[in-house]
Design a protein around this ligand. Structure first.
Ligand code: HEC
Length: 231
């Protein structure tokens, strides 16, 4: 088949371009495999351990190196995973309002029905004593909250988390303080003390959500709501 000079030239240029374009992409993207694995794990995540693995994989992917687009995606996945974990921890503390962890529960293994929300607190109670689950949840909130301040995090809409703003810092600090207070209350093994702190905890989440998450446009599924977040 006849190839014009121009045709041949464009093939050569194309091959050269590919070589130039793909070489740095490979070097920048050593973390790709970890990122793919994190995405898979996030989809199937059922409990705190799974969410912890997603976070570890994302950190590892970023350490190994990602290109700009993958870095942005990894940072978004990180924020949503951190929030999912915060919610799971918090629910262990909120549950104390209705259920005294000191009370003996049935020894049947936990088997959630297929369409019920997985209860980390109930699952954990089969392995740890119920008060230990509350201890752990409280400590984890205090430990994990500062991650909301790490620069480079992005909200789902791609906007950087406003971690340099004073009110964002304050909301995060409030969450850390309430986490510590919840741990102290849990150590006292008093259902009443933990119930009191759980109201403060709900407040700490709410304050930041009112300011940075719950935007006009209603539900989280509404794109106009999402676009206005983290501003
Ligand atoms: C410092 C601010 C801040 C604090 C404190 C905070 N959140 Fe969030 N949260 C956000 C923002 C901003 C989003 C939206 C993130 C996005 O769109 O990527 C969010 C999203 C979420 C989501 C995802 C659902 C949705 O609407 O997108 C959950 C679940 C959640 N938060 C739970 C909690 C819980 C539980 C607490 C308290 C233990 C908490 N958050 C504390 C700022 C905060």
């Amino acid at each position: 088949m006849f190839l014009s000079a121009l045709g041949r030239w464009s093939i050569v240029v194309g091959i050269l371009w590919l070589a130039v374009a793909s070489a740095p992409a490979r070097a920048d993207d050593a973390g790709q495999e970890d990122l793919d694995e994190a995405t898979r794990l996030k989809i199937s995540a059922q409990n705190i351990d799974d969410l912890g693995k997603v976070i570890d994989r994302l950190d590892s992917a970023k350490d190994k190196g990602l290109d700009a687009e993958n870095t942005k995606y990894a940072n978004e996945l990180l924020v949503s995973t951190l929030m999912q974990r915060a919610m799971t921890y918090a629910s262990a503390i909120f549950n104390v309002q209705g259920q005294d962890p000191g009370e003996k529960k049935a020894d049947t293994p936990y088997e959630p029905s297929a369409n019920a929300n997985f209860s980390w607190a109930v699952w954990g109670a089969g392995i740890y004593s119920p008060w230990e689950v509350v201890d752990y949840a409280a400590l984890s909130i205090a430990d994990a909250a500062p991650l909301l301040l790490v620069p480079g995090r992005r909200c789902e809409n791609g906007r950087p988390v406003p971690s340099d703003r004073d009110d964002w810092k304050k909301f995060t600090q409030d969450l850390i303080d309430v986490g510590k207070a919840a741990y102290k209350a849990s150590q006292s093994r008093s259902q009443e003390a933990v119930s009191d702190v759980s109201n403060q905890l709900a407040d700490a989440c709410l304050q930041c959500h009112e300011r940075y998450r719950d935007k006009p446009g209603g539900s989280a599924a509404d794109p106009s709501n999402k676009a206005a977040r983290c501003l």
